[in-house]
Design a protein around this ligand. Sequence first.
Ligand code: TYD
Length: 207
Amino acid sequence: MFITFEGIEGSGKSTQLRRLAARISDAVVTKEPGGTPLADRIRAILLDSSSHLDPVAELFLFAASRRQHVVEIIRPALKRGAAVLCDRFTDSTLAYQGFGRLIDLDKLRALNAWATESLTPDLTLLFDLPEEVGLSRARSRNAEAVHDEGRFEAEELRFHRRVREGYLALAVSEPARFAVINAEGDVDEVYARVEAELVRRKPEVLR
Ligand code: TYD
């Protein structure tokens, strides 16, 4: 079982992923970009605000990181029957590089398929909330963490609005795979929505 978690910054998906993992036996928790030592090095380049990355070079780095991650971690875990919970996957590329950076979606789909050998999640939880709310959550978290806010969080509101709308369009086009979760409210309220979707769609993974 392959479950991915998607949404704009500050949607709370990573917190929800950890909560859900505790309810699943044999869960492998991982994230993109990253997930392997090599992919983590690529991640550092991608998130560093001092990287002056061309959009297509950026795309290829996401694809390289994903390829390594699928080969080294995701495929082997799925093969042995684990439930893989992944924070961001191919839909992030469609939402950010496609709807955000306006790179052609068909090219992105072809690259995603190439990098993953067409591995598609069984279920994608999309944590949806207004971009202003997400960004202000993400920025206050980063202010506490005293680290760099990152190349993506520094993008203007308009960019994040396109990403959010892009995600919602993807969900409309694949309703059987996507569950859209209202990410407003506190952690417990949102988690109750997550479990309700799991009970409805994939009850076999819950212990
Ligand atoms: P991260 O710190 O993991 O953010 P978050 O906690 O919001 O998941 O940073 C990942 C950033 O990379 C995030 O802004 C989304 C972006 N991204 C893409 O643009 N394309 C992709 O394919 C992936 C996986 C992530």
